[in-house]
Design a protein around this ligand. Structure first.
Ligand code: NAD
Length: 360
């Protein structure tokens, strides 16, 4: 089958890691008889340099016209890059926020799992790491505190600031549906994380999630307060399958979940809307400190491409093939420098992409 994929290479290591993901997708196309048509879209620093803006209307229109967007990462060194002398709305990150908004992406999925081969990198106690974990955090992306009414007021000596958190029933329902849908594709367990002992928004989340849960009798679900969830993630992460939560709690918990895997270069992410369209990118940034050195780990981007195959193109078999190829490569002791350990072979970014492609 023919599929259209918009490609944002971005800045720093972005172009290097995206090239490797495309290498792997091309191998998938060859083996499974598909055709992937790629269209370049500029965003972030590369777009500022070429067009004077981090995201043009033309770029948004091109992204929308495709089945999905595959992205590397954007941004430069925030202390030294001239991009950060610009007003906030013209900096690289403004392009990504605008793109998410324009594409209507309201659900962010970040998986966190521990590969047997990388257990040594896990900062948790050995007895916890030995039990393993495989969870996803489903974070609401366009509502809550980050998008509420805000401001500063008061006066000298008594300055004040406020941010408000608001959620509508419809906003909660659409992400709850996505969360239960993903749980059906995984371990059929969902934990809604909130602060319902204090916040009205959390209490509304609980009511709506309970209503949506009625449509998914096969999914076991429960509720957990966010402070407890933060503790449970480091005490017993194996208990979680899908964690469903609002914007700010998800922001914090998904970084905590990344940290316990011990390897930021391994973590993919997806941002979805009601339809199958999505934006897929690694969870890490553009790592300007290692750009151009061949040290970048492309696996998070390759695994993001696997998520693209699964969630936007509905190609589960092909997604499994990519994920299994990554496991095989790790089993063979092939590593990039960030995940290197004794007795393994250290590959460059490009060699790692080729190694994964050759396993498909
Ligand atoms: P970062 O994730 O880019 O880097 C943190 C550390 O992890 C660095 O030491 C880096 O070398 C290493 N690292 C990251 N990805 C790696 C990979 N694939 N392989 C090997 N090592 C890797 O975070 P940062 O340094 O705080 O940010 C750098 C830039 O990235 C900033 O401009 C920031 O705004 C941007 N950023 C972009 C995104 C995005 O595009 N979605 C996300 C986060 C940060």
């Amino acid at each position: 089958m023919d599929f259209n994929i918009a490609v944002i290479k971005g800045d720093g290591i972005g172009p290097e890691i995206v090239d490797e993901a495309i290498k792997v997708l091309d191998k998938v196309a060859k083996v499974y008889g598909h055709k992937f048509n790629y269209t370049r879209v500029l965003m972030g620093g590369e777009s500022i340099d070429a067009c004077g803006s981090p995201l043009t209307d033309e770029a948004i229109a091109t992204a929308k016209a495709n089945d999905a967007v595959l992205m590397g990462s954007i941004g430069g060194n925030t202390k030294t890059s001239p991009w950060y002398q610009l007003p906030p709305q013209l900096r690289p990150e403004a392009g990504l926020l605008k793109l998410r908004k324009e594409l209507g992406l309201f659900a962010n999925i970040r998986p966190a799992w521990l590969y047997d081969e990388l257990k040594e990198a896990c900062p948790l106690k050995k007895e916890i790491a030995d039990q393993g974990f495989d969870l996803v955090i489903m974070r609401e992306l366009t509502g809550g505190l980050y998008f509420g009414v805000r401001g500063t007021n008061g006066e000298a000596g008594e300055r004040k600031a406020f941010d408000t958190c608001e959620y509508s029933e419809a906003e909660i329902r659409r992400i709850a549906v996505k969360g239960f849908d993903i749980a059906m594709k995984r371990g059929r367990k969902l934990t809604c994380v909130d602060k319902a002992n204090v916040l009205d928004t959390s209490r509304l989340w609980r009511k709506v999630v309970e209503e949506v849960a009625k449509e998914y009798p096969e999914v076991e679900y429960d509720f957990m307060l966010v402070d407890n969830a933060a503790m449970q993630l480091v005490r017993a992460p194996g208990q979680f399958d899908v964690i469903l939560t609002e914007n700010m709690f998800g922001d914090i918990l998904s970084d905590e979940a990344s940290e316990i895997t011990g390897s930021i270069g391994m973590l993919p992410s997806a941002s979805l809307k009601e339809t199958s369209f999505g934006l897929y990118e690694p969870s890490h940034g553009s790592a300007p400190d290692i750009a151009g050195t061949g040290k970048a780990n492309p696996l998070a981007t390759i695994l993001s491409a696997a998520m693209l195959l699964r969630y936007s193109l509905n190609l589960d078999k092909e997604a499994d093939a990519v994920e299994n190829a990554v496991k095989e490569v790790l089993k063979k002791g092939l590593r990039t420098v960030d995940i290197m350990s004794e007795g393994c072979s250290c590959l460059t970014c490009s060699e790692m992409g080729s190694a994964v492609a050759s396993e498909i």
